[in-house]
Design a protein around this ligand. Structure first.
Ligand SMILES: [Zn+2]
Length: 183
């Protein structure tokens, strides 16, 4: 899972009202560290130790990242850029070359300090900024179905994905068919 997928997963974990036609069950504060760690592990391979404070800090960032997805959905790329520029400053995101375990080097982003929450916040913010600043801007998606605000990264070949899942796609098709039949 790439950093931008981690960002989208954290947005879905920590924010939003409806998911696939149903009201989201609230994430219990006691479950937040483990649920956050599970997302980070998919992005980094190692099981990180996430404290309640780390989870709360990343949840705050996730709310900001959702406003970026919202702005892109609404065609307000300038608004998305404003939020990301502010977050880049706040997290102190800076590129750094680090050695690969398997040899060679890779560039990734560190934050103003190497704490877990700041590091991941900087990395995810930088990944969103790199996407917005390239032809990947349209790949930041929000589900187009009724009663669903799940965000996703569109990796389809032509970048035309509209729904978070086939269940949302089918639900929308059925609703469109019903309204046509009724009319
Ligand atoms: Zn959906």
């Amino acid at each position: 899972m790439t950093l931008i997928d981690v960002a989208a997963s954290l947005v879905n974990l920590h924010s939003g009202r409806d998911e696939r036609g149903r009201e989201r069950s609230q994430l219990d504060a006691a479950d937040a560290p483990a649920a956050t760690a599970a997302v980070l592990q998919r992005g980094g391979g190692r099981a990180p130790r996430v404290t309640a404070a780390d989870a709360a800090a990343l949840a705050e960032h996730a709310l900001q990242w959702r406003t970026v997805f919202d702005a892109v959905r609404d065609g307000d790329d300038a608004g998305a850029a404003r939020v990301l520029n502010r977050l880049l400053l706040e997290t102190g995101a800076r590129p750094q070359l680090d050695p690969h375990a398997s040899g060679g080097w890779h560039m990734h982003f560190h934050g103003s300090d190497d704490s877990l929450a700041v590091g991941w916040a900087a990395g995810c913010t930088a990944a969103l900024a790199l996407a917005l600043g390239s032809d990947l801007a349209g790949r930041m998606g929000t589900c187009a179905a009724e009663r669903c605000d799940v965000v996703f990264v569109d990796t389809s070949k032509n970048g035309s994905r509209r729904f978070c899942s086939t269940s949302c796609q089918n639900r929308t098709k059925t609703a469109a068919y019903r309204s046509r039949s009724a009319g």
